[in-house]
Structures are given as C-alpha cells and as structure tokens.
Design a protein around this ligand. Structure first.
Ligand code: NG1
Ligand code: MG
Length: 509
C-alpha cells in the first residue's frame, strides 16, 4: 500500500529544479493570502497536478490501458481544519471565482447541482467522494469544517485535466481533514474517478490516475482492469533529447454544453457497440465491470477469449481478432438507429434508454457503433505497440543519435490523431492545423490530447526542433487565428513539459 501521509516532501522534490524557486514563491503567496483572509495559518496544502495523455485516447472508459504523464501545472488547496464544525468555506486566489460556504451533512449525500456551472462543485465532488469512501469503510468522518484557499494553474477546458487536478486535490484535502490520517493512493484515485461523475461527465479513470500517481521523469502505463495499476515507463535517451511539447488551440471544448454531450454520447456508443458485438458473437450478457456504464470492450474481450480457453494469447493478437470481428459484424458505416440497436439486443427502445441513457441523457438518434469500436480497439492496439517499443528500447538502448524508435513512436501518435479525427470525430480544424504545422517542422508525432473538440495537442519533438515548431505555430496558427494576439499570449499557449510528480499532501509549519 502506498501511503500519501505521512510522506512529507519538500517543494524541491515536487518540481523540477528550474521551476523550484517560482513555485516556492507561489506557495508562500498562497499561504500569506490564506492567513490574510482567514486570520489564522493553514494546516496543510493538498496538491494534485494536471496531465497530458501521450497515447490511448477515449479508451479508458472501455477499460483499456493508457499512457499519460502528469504535468508540472497543478491545483493547490491550502486548508485549515476547524474542529467541531460542519461548515466549509472555500475561496480562490483569483477573485473571478467567488467565495462559497456550505454545510457538510452528518448523514446522507452532499448535494451537488451539476446543472450549474459552479466552480466550487469540483471541491464538493471530491469531498462527497471522500465522505462516501470513509463511510463505505465503516469509519465515521470526523466532525470538522474547513477553511480553504485554492490556487490552480492548469489551464481550464484545455484537455490538461484541470478538473481532475481540482477533484483529486479536493478529495485528498477532505480525506486528510476527516479521515484517520492515512490515505491510500489507489483508493484516492478510485474515489476521485467516481467523484468527477457527480459533476456530470461520465468519465474514465485516466486523468485521476495520472494526477495522483504521477512520477517525476516518467510517463505512466496505467491499467484499470481487473485492478488499477500504474507502471512508470521511460522514453529513450536520445541526442538531441526528446521533449513533449503541448500546444493549446485556445479553443475550449465547453465541458458544460457540447463537451459532455459529445463525450457522454461516445461512452454510450462504445457501450452499445460492445453489447451488440457480444450479441453477434453469442457470448451472452457482458460482465458488469467497473466501466462508467457497466459494460466495456475489455470485459467483452476477456469473456470472448476465456470462453474459448484462450486467455494466454497476447493482447495485440486478441485485439487484432476483435478488430476483424468488428469489421465483419458491425457493418453499417452510416450508424445504427435506436430501433435497430434495440432490435439487435432484443430489447425495447425504452429498455435501451433505461440501460444506458438515463443518468447522462443522450439525444442522438444514430449510434456510430462500427467506427467507435474500431477506434477503441485499434487505439488499444497502438498503446500496446507503443509500450512494447518503449520496453524494448529500455532493455537494449540503441545509439543516442538513432532516430528509429522516436520515428516509430511518432508514427503511432500520428495514427492515433488520424483515428480520433476520422473514426471518433473528436478533433477539430484547429487541432489538425497545429499537428500538421508541427509535423512539417520536425515533430516525430503529433496528436490531440484529452477529450478533443478543442483544447490541447501533444507533440514528440527533438529538443533542437522545438524553436522551429514554435515559430511555425506562431505564424501559421496563432497569428492567423487570433489576429493581433500578443507574443506573450501566444507563447503561454505552448508548454514544454517533462513528466511531473503526482498528488502530495504538504503539512505547513
Ligand atoms: P479531458 O476532457 O481531457 O479531461 C476526458 C476524460 C478522460 C478520457 C479523455 C479521453 C474526463 C474527466 N476525463 O479527458 O477520462 O476519457 O477524455 O481520452 O472527462
Ligand atoms: Mg477534465
């Protein structure tokens, strides 16, 4: 069991050397502002970072493994615990987020109105998850209130998971205040995944896993099924060094309008595709695993191969077979209507809606079962190939100037982007442009990252090509799309980040 508390790191251990001094000033500023606002010092800071996904897009909710890394941008919550109280007061160093106050119910659910775009909902979701986790373990949450001051620097709506950073920090802060003094990292991930669903997005578990379990200097290979595991993976040491460059389109995917509608629809389409394929393959009901809607492609795959006594086949071979079966059985390129889907599954349309469209309502009348399934299975296959390449290059490193492995990794990232664009329809012209400009200026591989429909892109670039890539974006994208944009604003849309450290609790004093 990995315990977060009483592991107490120093700021120098959290951030890479070049960021240490500026971050120290930011933390000190937060603590000073806290004392100014509440008239007493904070007890601790709960910190959780954003993440960027390197490969494995829109497959976490189908329980396939993904390969993200935590970034150095993060969410900080300075907290003072108020004994014998149930009042939570939360404010933000940015005045645009107004101070809020609410009561923690002694019993029952903490109410969250997910229809309102309200910043403090993310804190409430982490707190609610923490209360449920403690009660689920038979513990009585301590009767304490909290005074909180938040400071986040993960850009919001950009695909870097500001929401997960906020939720994970909130869950950690709440567990530290109300729990028995220990926090298990995996429990924290699992509770934060469920927590984010209280805010209205039927999300998978990638963001919270990367945010909590991040390791400085390493990307993470995260598996969800049958249990959560995170293995650090290293990229080849090359000359010039490989870097991850993140570029924001500055077009935000609005999580509270089109964002969740598109996202939640994809989750439903994938769940239905898995059920339809299971039906066509005669393997009966799918297992109710831990996916957001109960059924997943990973569950389908496991059941299909175990029914044939062929569990030992390597993952990529299993996926290849399922890809062929998908092509054979999910034939309708134009999509399936509700009626057609219900008929295949032998249920009424009403039952179909009840099964998977009630908690997160879906309006669509067509479900693109074939293309969504092909994306998910092929993307899971790409993650597997990507991971094997990294493993083999760690086991027997080639010459640092050899570009064979980086070129292959980049090609897989490019394929992932094409699949997101063409099969999953989650790209947009702005993301496509950033990727094309980067590739023609020396990026090995470029793709959208996170849910898509705007937000950020991620690029594998040798260090010496970073200036050329940045210049191409400035001229070919930012200045064209946003005429008159300041050099400062255009520059701040681009982040060069190495893998950062995960969630920590930092006691003050
Ligand atoms: P973003 O929108 O970047 O936070 C979302 C999901 C992830 C994952 C990716 C797509 C949430 C909170 N997270 O990420 O779980 O499914 O899309 O790979 O919705
Ligand atoms: Mg998010």
């Amino acid at each position: 069991m990995s315990k977060l508390v009483p592991e107490i790191p120093t700021i120098e251990e959290i951030y890479p050397a070049e960021l240490g001094a500026a971050q120290k000033r930011r933390w000190e500023h937060l603590l000073a502002k806290f004392e100014e606002r509440y008239g007493a010092p904070a007890d601790y800071i709960a910190r959780s970072p954003g993440r960027v996904n390197i490969i494995g897009e829109h497959i976490d909710y189908m329980l396939f493994s993904v390969l993200p890394m935590a970034v150095n941008s993060d969410f900080l919550l300075a907290v003072r615990v108020i004994p014998n109280s149930n009042t939570v007061t939360i404010a933000n160093v940015l005045e645009k987020y107004p101070q809020r106050q609410f009561q923690v119910p002694a019993q029952g659910e903490l109410e969250i109105d997910a229809t309102q775009l309200e910043w403090s909902n993310y804190f409430k979701s982490g707190l609610r998850g923490a209360l449920e986790l403690l009660r689920g373990k038979g513990l009585t949450p301590k009767n304490v209130g909290m005074e909180i001051l938040a400071d986040g620097n993960v850009p919001s709506g950009a695909g870097l998971s500001s929401s997960a950073a906020f939720t994970c920090a909130s869950a950690l802060a709440s567990l530290a205040a109300m729990g028995d003094g220990t926090v298990d990292k995996k429990e924290l991930v699992n509770l934060a995944v469920v927590s984010e669903r209280y805010v209205g997005v039927n999300s998978g578990g990638m963001d919270q896993s990367a945010s909590v379990l991040g390791v400085q200097g390493s990307a993470l290979y995260i598996s969800f099924h049958p249990t959560l595991s995170a293995t650090p993976v290293a990229f080849p040491k090359t000359t010039p060094e490989l870097t991850f460059v993140i570029a924001d389109t500055l077009v935000t995917a609005d999580k509270h309008t089109t964002g969740p509608i598109n996202y939640n629809l994809r989750v439903v389409e994938c769940t239905l595709a898995a059920q339809v394929l299971a039906k066509k393959l005669n393997i009966g009901q799918l297992p109710e695993d831990a996916g957001p809607l109960g059924n997943s492609f990973k569950g389908l795959m496991d059941k299909y191969f175990s029914a044939q006594g062929e569990e030992e086949i390597p993952l990529d071979k299993k996926l290849e077979e399922l890809i062929e079966l998908t092509k054979k059985y999910l034939v309708k390129e134009e999509g399936y209507t509700r009626e057609e889907t219900a008929e295949i599954l032998d249920v009424t349309v009403e039952e179909l809606v009840q099964r998977c469209m009630v908690k997160f309502p879906i309006q669509a009348s067509y479900f693109h079962l074939r293309s969504r399934a092909l994306h998910v299975l092929q993307e899971a296959h790409r993650v597997s190939t990507f991971k094997s390449l990294l493993d083999s290059s760690s086991a027997s490193p080639s010459s640092p100037t050899d570009t064979f492995i980086p070129t292959k990794l980049g090609a897989i990232m490019n394929d992932s982007h094409a699949s997101c664009k063409n099969l999953y329809n989650c790209s947009c012209p702005e993301l496509d442009t950033l990727c094309e400009l980067a590739r023609s200026s020396g990026s090995y591989g470029s793709r959208l990252t996170g849910a898509g429909w705007g937000g950020c892109s991620v690029h594998l670039v040798p260090q010496d090509k970073v200036p050329a890539v940045k210049a191409a974006w400035r001229k070919g994208y930012y200045e064209k799309k946003f005429p008159g944009i300041s050099a400062e604003k255009a520059d701040s849309a681009i982040i060069v980040s190495n893998p950062g450290c995960g969630a920590v609790l930092f006691r003050v004093g």
